[in-house]
Design a protein. Structure first.
Length: 223
């Protein structure tokens, strides 16, 4: 898994992001988010606000987005929180990017189920396109990260690219997905296995077959 570290707080970083402020649309959304929490518990909104800030940065930079220190300071001030508390949240959850990323953030699961199903081939396919773990390609298109389990073990191996999961991958299927993204297209998300809808057994169910099309009550049969 890639190391987690903050982008250095340089004068250049300050010059670019010290003036960060919500867009008009996001400012309205922020008030709606904060209002979800009881009085005195507004700091609980830190996670959705960080997500929103990351997405706004992404929209401004044409990338998946990340959280510069001045942006986290902006969120901290809005929620009357010490900046260190905001940084603690952002650095704990890997859904937040602490350094700049590319237009597409390719997160390859390398945990045991995906590894056994070929995640090494997936990583090799990424590297063959010039990606390297923890880095962004020179064209700014791809950032590659190896991550821990993302909960799609039944359809391993999988990758998450920005907000979407792509499952039941082979190197060739991943290449098809990446080619489509690079061309500005929207490839099919979820399983890439032909004929598979979600994570149902390949070849059809072997048990509880009557449940496929109806809510069958087995209790009388099990008595």
């Amino acid at each position: 898994m890639a190391d987690r570290h903050l982008e250095p707080d340089t004068p250049e970083l300050r010059a670019r992001w010290a003036g960060f402020a919500w867009t008009r649309e996001n400012a309205i959304l922020v008030q709606e988010i904060i209002a979800r929490y009881p009085a005195g518990r507004q700091r609980s909104a830190v996670m959705p606000l960080l997500d929103l800030a990351q997405r706004q940065v992404g929209a401004e930079t044409g990338t998946q987005g990340w959280l510069p220190i001045p942006v986290m300071e902006y969120v901290a001030a809005q929620l009357d929180m010490p900046i260190i508390r905001v940084v603690e949240v952002a650095s704990f959850y890997t859904m937040y990017n602490l350094v700049p990323v590319g237009r597409f953030h390719v997160q390859v699961c390398g945990t045991t189920p995906c590894m056994l199903r070929g995640s090494d081939d997936i990583m090799t396919a990424c590297k063959s396109r010039g990606m390297h773990k923890g880095h962004t390609t020179a064209d700014g298109l791809w950032t590659l990260t190896e991550v821990e389990c993302m909960g799609n073990c039944a359809s391993a191996p999988m990758v998450q690219i920005n907000d979407d999961n792509f499952e039941d991958l082979t190197a060739e299927r991943l290449d098809t997905v990446l080619d489509a993204l690079a061309a500005g297209q929207s490839p099919k998300t979820g399983t890439q296995e032909p004929g598979r809808h979600t994570v149902e057994p390949l070849g059809g169910p072997t048990t509880l077959k009557e449940m496929v099309k109806a809510n069958h009550d087995y209790r009388g049969e099990w008595a």
